[in-house]
Write a protein that binds this ligand. Structure first.
Ligand code: 6PG
Length: 247
C-alpha cells in the first residue's frame, strides 16, 4: 500500500455535483463487489455534500447491487445529538440510506448518544476495536476499506477542527471536540483511525471550497485536513467549482 497524502493523492474533477457523485457511487460499488476477503468496511462523512451520494446509493441501479450483507458502516464524526435531531449525521444517514436498503442492523454502527460525550466516544472507540479485532492499529492491516471525508472551508475534516486538542490525539481512535466555530459538541475519529484506511476519499463540491482544497493539497498546517494520510491511496473527488486552477 502506497501511503498517499493530501499532496500526492490523485485528483478527479467532474463537470458538476451529479457527475462527481455518480462517479463515486460507481467506484464504491465496484470496490464493494471486488472485496472477497471479509466485510467491506466504510466510514461515512456527515454534512451536506455527501447527502446526494447516500440518496443515490439507496436508489437504482445501486440499491439492488451493493452487497449490503457484507458491508459494515461507521461514521467519521457526528454532533453529540439525539439521532432524531435534524442536525444529527447518524439520523441523516438513517433517513437517506440505512432505512432504505437491506443492510443488517448489526452492520450499521451509528454514533452512541447515551451518557456524556466522553462516554460515547469511549463506547465508539471500543466498538471500532471490537470490529478491528485488536486494541492497537497494525501496520498493513486497515481498519476501513474506505474513509469518505468532507472538507470545511476552515480546513477541518470529520470534526478535526483548527486549534483543537483532538488534533494532538494519537492514541484514542475516537475523541470529542467542542469547536468554537461550529455548533454542538462533536465525536470524531482521530488521525490514527482515519489514516488506517485502504482508501481515503475527499468528496468536495462548490466554489466556496476551492481555496481550501488548494491549501490542503499544499499541506497548509493551519488546515487540519492537511495532515490526513491513507494506508493506501488518497483521492480528491471534486466538481469543477471546487477544483483549484492547477488541477
Ligand atoms: C460534519 C462533517 C464535516 C463536513 C464538513 C463539510 O459533521 O459536519 O463530517 O466534516 O464534512 O463540515 O460540510 P458540508 O459538506 O456541509 O460543506
Amino acid at each position: 500500500m502506497t501511503g498517499q497524502n493530501t499532496r500526492t493523492g490523485k485528483v478527479a474533477v467532474f463537470a458538476d455535483r451529479e457527475a462527481a457523485t455518480r462517479h463515486l457511487a460507481d467506484w464504491l460499488l465496484q470496490e464493494a463487489l471486488a472485496k472477497k476477503d471479509g466485510p467491506f468496511s466504510i466510514a461515512l462523512s456527515g454534512g451536506s455534500t455527501p447527502q446526494l451520494l447516500y440518496s443515490m446509493m439507496a436508489s437504482e441501479p445501486y440499491a439492488s447491487r451493493f452487497p449490503w450483507a457484507r458491508m459494515e458502516f461507521f461514521l467519521g464524526d457526528d454532533r453529540f445529538l439525539a439521532h432524531d435531531h435534524e442536525d444529527s449525521n447518524s439520523g441523516m444517514l438513517q433517513r437517506l440510506l440505512f432505512s432504505r436498503v437491506p443492510v443488517p442492523a448489526e452492520n450499521v454502527h451509528l454514533i452512541p448518544t447515551a451518557g456524556t460525550a466522553e462516554d460515547a466516544a469511549k463506547e465508539y472507540d471500543a466498538e471500532l476495536k471490537k470490529f478491528y479485532g485488536a486494541d492497537t492499529l497494525q501496520p498493513g492491516k486497515p481498519l476501513f476499506d474506505v474513509n469518505l471525508l468532507g472538507l470545511g472551508s476552515d480546513g477541518h475534516t470529520a470534526s478535526l477542527f483548527p486549534g483543537q486538542p483532538v488534533l494532538k490525539e494519537h492514541t484514542a481512535w475516537v475523541s470529542t471536540c467542542v469547536p468554537p466555530v461550529a455548533p454542538y459538541t462533536r465525536l470524531t475519529m482521530t488521525y490514527p483511525a482515519i489514516d488506517a484506511s485502504r482508501h481515503v476519499v475527499f468528496l468536495v463540491e462548490g466554489a466556496s471550497k476551492r481555496e481550501t482544497v488548494a491549501k490542503v493539497r499544499a499541506q497548509d498546517p493551519a488546515c487540519p485536513a492537511s495532515a490526513i494520510t491513507a494506508m493506501g491511496d488518497l483521492t480528491w473527488v471534486l466538481d469543477r467549482d471546487a477544483a483549484p486552477a492547477d488541477v
